[in-house]
Design a protein around this ligand. Structure first.
Ligand code: MG
Length: 324
């Protein structure tokens, strides 16, 4: 099998193409900022890989496990390899990736649309763009939180999800804010406190009127142990957890533990979003707006239209280059 990867200054940071038997597979690495991985490191790691010919899906999974053990970290680079190999394998089998996990017909959760932080003009423009979405996700965790929510509430009555990005340092303050948000049409709160604040999260989980969802606190499969004592749900992202194979295992394990599942993303192209979308039928909540936030998307594939996730019919990830 041959690998070719390129590093870019736009999204995705690293694009990987694998090829065997005349068929190709595509993957991307887009960096989760809080994991400290750089595009250069990811590119270098992928360029030094030698991948033997793959003859079975078991060999594919074995290779991913072996590459993972070579060095810690580099989750996005590993996700690019996982994605490209899954795309290639399912294309060779003539089926969409989701068929690997028996995910055929069924309802998909709608995706939220993220509204970043900003002044009233900024928020007003973003809310107008997201008018058709059934739910918005807003970023809080600073000193202007109530002001931001009041501004958004003056613009729209759409249900809201809040990502506090570890921003609330005191548990009493976090509880007061969550209780207030519950009265403002907020349906869940992601990562209210810093990930190190385990005992405070245990205290908060017992009292919170809203579901609390782990993001930074749960990166990979092993982090699910104990998570149900601190959170009600977990945000699983391919770039955090090294790709589709681990994301699938994490979703099943999270459900066993009684955790709700959000499938999220970084700022990614339609390649990464299509990969996550192949698993989205298993999620309770989706936050797959990453490709709507960029203007240089080189691919067609899964689309998010007014929150509805439209899966591509094609084999593999269902991703194709836009002819230029
Ligand atoms: Mg988050």
């Amino acid at each position: 099998m041959t690998l070719a990867s390129g590093s870019r200054t736009t999204t995705p940071a690293v694009l990987l193409e694998v090829e065997q038997d005349g068929l190709t597979g595509l993957g991307e690495a887009s960096m989760p900022p809080y994991l400290g991985e750089t595009a250069d490191e990811a590119w270098e790691f992928l360029n030094l890989l030698h991948v033997p010919p793959i003859e079975s899906y078991g060999e594919l999974l074995g290779l991913l496990a072996e590459v993972d053990e070579r060095r810690p970290g580099l989750h996005a680079a590993k996700a690019a390899l996982d994605m490209a190999l899954h795309d290639w394998w399912a294309r060779a089998e003539g089926m969409p990736c989701r068929a690997l996990w028996g995910l055929f017909e069924g309802d998909l959760p709608p995706s939220s649309m993220t509204i970043g932080m900003g002044d009233r003009d900024f928020l007003s423009a973003r809310v107008a763009e997201a008018r058709g979405f059934p739910v918005l996700k807003i970023k809080l965790g600073g000193s202007a939180d109530r002001e931001i929510v009041r501004t958004i509430r003056s613009l729209t009555g759409q249900p809201l999800r809040v990502d506090a990005n570890q921003g609330w340092g005191e548990r009493e303050e976090a509880l007061r804010m969550i209780t207030w948000l519950a009265g403002e049409g907020v349906e869940l709160v992601e990562q209210p406190m810093p990930k190190e604040r385990v005992e405070d999260m245990r205290w908060l989980r017992e009292r919170s009127p809203l579901p609390l969802v782990a993001d930074e606190s749960v990166v990979r499969y092993a982090d699910l142990a104990g998570a149900a004592e601190l959170f009600h749900g977990v945000n699983i992202k391919l770039m955090k957890c090294t790709g589709m194979a681990e994301a699938h295992r994490m979703i099943l394990r999270a459900k066993e533990l009684g955790l709700k599942v959000m499938l999220g993303c970084m700022t990614e192209t339609t390649c990464g979003i299509s990969a996550a979308s192949q698993l989205v039928r298993l999620a309770d909540w989706a936050d797959l707006d990453g490709a709507l936030l960029i203007n240089n998307d080189p691919f067609t594939g899964a689309r998010v239209v007014d929150g509805r996730i439209l899966l591509p019919d094609g084999a593999g990830l269902g991703v194709e280059w836009i002819a230029s």
